[in-house]
Ligand binder design. Structure first.
Ligand code: ATP
Ligand code: MG
Length: 587
């Protein structure tokens, strides 16, 4: 179903957005100008993410400003100023130097969202080592796989993780030189050392060595939604994208109180949970606890959050709780809500408008792109269901692949592969140890995203589905998102995952797995009603022909529906890599 664009009145906004005239800003944009806005290392010694995000503020009037406000699970609140962050990251950089960790060596993090994460992240970058975060809830196998594939040299973790997941696997990790325990005041042996002890002994002055913007900074494994996670390599130059998206998309202003709910185990949690807010000198909220509706609304209220970056899966979960709950909280500080990671159903955008009094701004990007590429902007109209317009500086296109040739589609509303002109600063520089796969992502000047989309006549992009998830039924190509969003418009449906099930006459049959809202019963009548509802809105070719009611959908830890798993289970096929499956292992 088509939803009307929702216009905005910029004059009535209390804070004037950073980007108002999209066309002019886009026309005049240059990455060189962005680079000039960043400081660069003193003496023209290159570009280092840690300097731009931390030291630049700490050396000026921003020294005592709060950088990170940490909300502990137990209710405790602790603040880290930009000055604290500089000193502690200097200590960690010195510590790495004293352990003789070489440039480019990988420092892995497996300790969840705790205050130590931030100095360790920036200290790693200061010493020109490469930071690689892992989800704390990964089981021993996924941890071992990633440490091995990523050539981990240093692992920062805690005692529990070490005992449960690392100690039994140590003989399979010959490259791992030291394990630093965040919660041990004493060394365990010559390889397993106390982080607090080493930090206390390290000096808090450190000069960042000359940094080539092309030096590797971060290694991120992809979410594993479509298969085995790939290790995407990012460089210091990515900071340009973090900076400009912080300004134009997140619309950060110096007085903002910003909350990104993503875990650093996936890329949103580093690009936008750590780097982008600090580049803009704002206060960044970090919550140690997991999702819980009441806790989240309370944080928005008590911390007076102004800009909130979250994910569709969290929004859909909030949509499931009674509307009286948000009504109990004062959310009047909030002025902007953003979402990423999965298609944002139009229904969710409208829910935001009704319940939060704010539209939810969808944006699209990938681990490989390093930063936001297509977005809805604070000042521009929102077309519910659309990912928005390309970031200034980013050229997007729809490509069709004909006889192994990739051809750019000029007409609007044609489905094809979403592509980006290669060469933006945060583009991944490699899939670690898989050059062949990396090369396959490019066709001439274009980076091929593996997602299908269309562009409307005004340049807005609409997500159709991942190429792997597209359903071919009776001569039609059906994107699961369209069907899932339609089902969500029915009052009984909380969430849906849609797959193609092989069928002899029509190729594939559209099948939906539906999670019901509280108070609705899984009956044959409801199943028929939903099939009829789909037919009425989507037509019989696209509407689901089979419905299964389920309690939950399989999701990655970053909250994405794993349709390949729904399909494999349906067809009794091997499930493939499930290392990122939520709930598959415990910490
Ligand atoms: P893998 O590559 O290992 O299968 P993944 O692609 O899910 O995992 P990420 O890089 O975390 O790993 O996710 C990027 C993908 O998420 C995009 O390619 C797209 O399919 C989806 N995505 C992200 N944001 C949006 C959005 N706003 N709308 C639709 N899809 C989105
Ligand atoms: Mg991917």
């Amino acid at each position: 179903m088509f939803f009307q664009p929702i216009k905005k009145n910029i004059k009535s906004m209390a804070v004037q957005p950073n980007l108002t005239d999209y066309t002019t800003i886009r026309a005049e944009f240059s990455w060189e100008a962005v680079r000039r806005e960043l400081s660069g290392l003193p003496g023209g010694q290159g570009l280092n993410i840690a300097y731009e995000a931390v030291d630049r503020h700490a050396e000026g009037p921003g020294q005592n400003r709060i950088a990170i406000r940490f909300l502990g699970k137990d209710g405790g609140v602790s603040d880290l100023s930009y000055g604290d962050l500089r000193d502690r990251s200097n200590r960690f950089a010195n510590l790495l130097r004293s352990l003789k960790v070489d440039k480019g060596d990988r420092v892995f993090w497996l300790a969840g969202r705790i205050p130590d994460l931030y100095p360790i992240f920036f200290g790693t970058l200061k010493n020109l080592n490469v930071f690689c975060p892992l989800f704390a809830a990964f089981g021993p196998e996924p941890v071992q796989q990633r440490l091995e594939r990523g050539n981990a040299r240093i692992l920062v973790t805690n005692r529990k993780q070490y005992t449960k997941k690392i100690a039994p696997l140590l003989n399979r990790l010959p490259e791992l030189r030291y394990i630093l325990l965040v919660d041990s005041t004493e060394d365990i042996n010559e390889q397993v050392l106390s982080l607090p002890r080493l930090m206390a002994e390290a000096a808090d002055m450190f000069t960042i060595p000359p940094t080539d913007p092309e030096d590797m900074a971060i290694l991120h494994f992809t979410s594993g939604t479509t298969g085995l996670p790939k290790g995407a390599v990012h460089v210091h130059n990515a900071v340009q994208t973090h900076f400009i998206t912080g300004r134009y998309v997140l619309d950060l202003h110096q007085d903002d109180i910003y909350w990104c709910t993503a875990d650093p185990g996936w890329v949103t949690g580093t690009s936008y949970g750590i780097i982008a807010p600090l580049l803009h000198g704002v206060i960044s909220i970090v919550d140690e606890a997991d999702f819980e509706p009441e806790r989240w609304y309370r944080i928005l209220q008590e911390q007076k959050v102004t800009v909130w970056y979250t994910a569709p899966t969290a929004i859909r979960m909030l949509m499931r709780v009674p509307e009286e709950l948000p009504g109990k909280f004062d959310l009047s500080s909030l002025r902007l809500v953003h979402s990423v990671g999965e298609p944002l159903n139009p229904e969710a955008v409208l829910w935001g408008q009704k319940v939060l009094g704010l539209l939810i701004h969808d944006n699209w990007w990938q681990t490989e792109t390093g930063g936001i590429m297509i977005a809805n902007y604070a000042a521009l109209e929102v077309r519910p269901g659309s990912m928005g317009l390309p970031l200034p500086g980013i050229e997007a296109a729809i490509l069709t692949h004909l006889d192994a040739e990739s051809v750019r589609v000029e007409e609007s509303d044609v489905e094809g592969e979403l592509a980006l002109r290669r060469g933006w600063p945060s583009m991944f520089r490699a899939y670690l140890h898989d050059e062949e796969r990396y090369q396959k992502c490019f066709a001439g000047e274009w980076y091929l995203t593996g997602d299908l989309a269309r562009r409307d006549a005004d340049g807005y992009y609409w997500f159709i589905g991942r190429a792997d998830d597209i359903i071919k039924t009776a001569g039609h190509m059906v994107g699961p998102f369209e069907v899932e969003s339609c089902l969500m418009e029915h009052p009984a449906v909380a969430e849906a995952g849609v797959i193609g099930k092989p069928e002899s006459t029509i190729g594939e049959l559209v099948k939906a797995f539906v999670v019901l809202k509280a108070g609705y019963k899984a009956t044959d009548e409801l199943s028929h009603e939903l099939i009829g509802f789909g037919r009425g809105r989507l037509g019989s070719a696209v509407a689901p022909k089979e419905i299964d009611f389920v309690d939950n959908l399989p999701k990655t830890r970053s909250g994405k529906i794993m349709r390949r798993l729904l399909k494999a289970r349906e067809l009794n096929l091997p499930v493939g890599d499930t290392s990122t499956l939520e709930g598959s292992t415990t910490s």
